[in-house]
Design a protein around this ligand. Sequence first.
Ligand code: GLC
Length: 603
Amino acid sequence: MSTIPATTSGSSRPQAPEKAWWKEASVYQIYPASFNDSDGDGLGDIPGIIQKVDYLGALGVDVVWLCPVYESPQIDMGYDVSDYRSIHAPYGTVEDVDRLIAALHERRMRLVMDLVVNHTSDQHVWFRESRSSLSNPKRDWYIWKKPRWDAAGNRLPPNNWASVFGGSAWSWDETTGEYYLHLFCKEQPDLNWENPDVVQAVHDIMTFWLDKGVDGFRMDVINFISKSPGLPDAPLKLPGQEFQPGDLHYANGPRLHEFLRGLREVLDRYDAFAIGEMPCVKEEQDVLMAVAADRKELNMIFQFDIVSIDIGSGGKFTSKTWSLAKMKAIVNKWQTCMYDNNGWNALFLENHDQSRSVSRFTPHRPENRTAAAKMLATFLALQSGTVFVYQGQELGMANLPREWPIDEYKDVETLNLYRLAMQQHRGDSEAVEQLMDQVRLKARDHSRSPMQWNAQQHGGFTTGTPWVRANDADYMHCNAEQQLRDPTSVLAYWRQLLRLRKQNVDVFVYGRFELLAAADPSLFCYRRIDPSGYGVATLVLNFTDCEYEWQVPPAEVVEALTAARCVLGNYEPPAELNGDGSMRLKPFEALVILELEDLYEGA
Ligand code: GLC
């Protein structure tokens, strides 16, 4: 085989990315409440995670990202921290975290903790002091403001910002006669990063955990920490609504990059790693400012274009029809932008805030669920970036059953937004049904349902009563125990996929991305090209629930299929070129064709 051209654009090709362990890594996200309950209290716990580290090792992941396990009143499932140095008692103890770190390190895996420092719980001692009097030394650790008054003398919040979870982003505090800001629940007051003592306190928390051996942090809504001076009103985006999205004034604010560099200095003392969660950021330049290597800020961020593709202008539970063309444009944009500018992508379709990808992005007949889950896995894991697998995604876990009523949904975001929408739609049964359809599609509850370990009661997650109902219609036939035995399972496929990526890092990690068949409405097709020219992978993914007769596959696909073989696919035998040059793909068929130059050829 001849050497594969490294580029089609000649000498202007950007440098190949610098190598780094965190680029080659795949990360497994654990939502502790729903992962594995070791003591039968119905809630997952850290000893339960320790019982499963070999399962994670066998899957082939390198890093575990653990959602918050700190002491918390659990208004927002631990994203409301009341003590950053203690563990929520039902999850275990700080010593359990030590044991988890040791168990992972022994297996050459790392631990990334969640760092939630845009806000604390209102039960944190800092906030309890802050709200106690105007002169308390902690007063300025949070964002307090005097009210506004309307012409009729009614008290109003200091500005019109909406909370992400609905209603005003301000709550009135009777004791001191001021409002405090909370971009999320009223029990999650925002910290005031303008106060250097707050910044120092955050650095100290990081140091505490890094000294214990934690390998890095996932930083919760980290681009919200710097707000526009004066906290001006947000522009009107949602006509007729009292409160408006204020992200223009709190996402990527004026001092964000200074604060991020401060965090990075702490991390660099430990060679630790940081991934930032950054909602509301869409411009390439804004993302690059945080992740380009020479900026010395974050290693990568979670960017939300893909998981916002079906969200309407009225908010999370309003609908939007999406097309594969749109998905291709998003993927192409970020894949090329990061490669060309020395940034790095975080690849994800699921997490604890998103529903199950197989239900959301691949509307399928039940018999095609396995194929659909494998196709999505292929789509995601072989792009350029660090792969994030959310617990249960490796099994193809699905959304909760359609017939479950709203009473089965427990998440504060779901319930708040549902309540507000119901007030709006009073008496309009069609609007209410549409709302419920969106809840069925996108609520966070879907991914928070207990992990399905086996076919026993509650999917083997707990011997007690689970804190949320397990998907009992599903765990009988979708669970880890059964998939571990089945070489054709989604789990077995994820293992193969992660192994393939790791065995061919020059192609799948450091290779550049090239979109093929951009105009095809049903197929997602791309290539990954090793920058030194020794390998190319060509991926063909049928995103539809139908067979697809591809009349004219692009020349690159034809050449790949002629020169090389399919190294991974979700059907046996995989689709092939017909004599007339066409291809017939099965529903959700995925093919990975790998061409490798033999480095030792002729040596
Ligand atoms: C992030 C978390 C989410 C949480 C919110 C407030 O988006 O991922 O779960 O509710 O921040 O902390």
